[in-house]
Design a protein. Structure first.
Length: 163
């Protein structure tokens, strides 16, 4: 039995230890937001957060997450309380087919948590491993930068208010 935290809730599974986390989340816990893309950890469609870090879950065995915290796209925000990136995705009309979007958002969220005010080059480098077969890269970049800009402005306002 493997126990871990999934979107804030402690869960247990008797999946075999080498079962990829993606399959446990999709099949055992019925969370279908993260997608299977390449099966080799290269495209990013399966990206989730492991203790806040973006990881490719199609190649991550469930045994590696015992005692750790996993966040999926379903745990990032809710329809009533969207994560800023989810809101930006909608505002910028980012998705075309939508298949890669949960992985794109999860990668971007982890990146912005570490680098809330990135340059365009830093952003492009960080997101280079996430493939969008529809070529929505300009809208993806615009959405992420809009969140970074909004966060920077909010931080500046907070600093001014406390001064």
């Amino acid at each position: 039995m493997i126990e871990f935290t999934l979107n804030g809730e402690v869960v247990r599974t008797d999946d075999t230890p080498d079962t990829p986390l993606l399959w446990a989340v999709r099949d055992t816990f019925k969370l279908k937001g993260s997608k299977y893309g390449c099966g080799a950890g290269l495209c990013g469609a399966c990206t989730m957060h492991l203790d806040g870090q973006a990881v490719r879950t199609c190649v991550l065995p469930i045994s590696a997450v015992a005692g750790k915290a996993i966040t999926t796209i379903e745990g990032l925000g809710t329809p009533e309380d969207l994560h800023p990136l989810q809101a930006a995705w909608a505002e910028q009309s980012v998705p075309q087919c939508g298949y890669c979007q949960s992985g794109q958002i999860m990668s971007a969220a982890a990146f912005l948590a570490e680098n809330p005010n990135p340059s365009e080059a830093e952003l492009e480098n960080a997101m280079a491993g996430n493939i969008c077969r529809c070529g929505c890269y300009p809208r993806i970049k615009k959405a992420i930068l809009s969140v970074a800009e909004t966060s920077s402005k909010a931080a500046e306002l907070a600093t001014e208010v406390s001064a």
